[in-house]
Design a protein around this ligand. Sequence first.
Ligand SMILES: [Ca+2]
Ligand SMILES: [Ca+2]
Length: 162
Amino acid sequence: MTKRSRYLLTLLGALLWAPSVVASSTYPDVIRDHLGLEDAPLCTLCHADLDGGEGTVVTPFGENLVAMGLEGEDKDGLRRLLDELDSTKSDVDGDGTGDVDELLVCGDPNDATGNDLCDVTEPSFGCAVVTRPTSGTSSGTSSGAALVGAALAAAAFMRRRR
Ligand SMILES: [Ca+2]
Ligand SMILES: [Ca+2]
């Protein structure tokens, strides 16, 4: 095995070890696609902050989905529950407009005062890129570690060639 092939195997291993960041769509993407929205809603539609993650669902909309049986990584279940929310005209904030109807017009189903969900800056990170819920830690951290490992392997290889 040549040094080059060892290097390539090391790099490939590091990349495979990294969590799949782009391969799996997440709940915000499922909501966007299922409802035909222009943009995916922020993680704070359901979660306490933009990091998302298990045990951080705190909003009325998110708590309602959990009460209806939604669990993590159940994209089909989320689609089914969105249809159910739509057909039952669920209105968790009690402002007279259904949750799904609010999402369709950038309204906030968690806020009866008329906040506009589309009038916010999208995060460049957060639950929309977290795809490994079982780790309990940020996958961004392990992804970064994998990339650092790959960079170190490349640097070591380049040093040996000199
Ligand atoms: Ca409402
Ligand atoms: Ca509302």
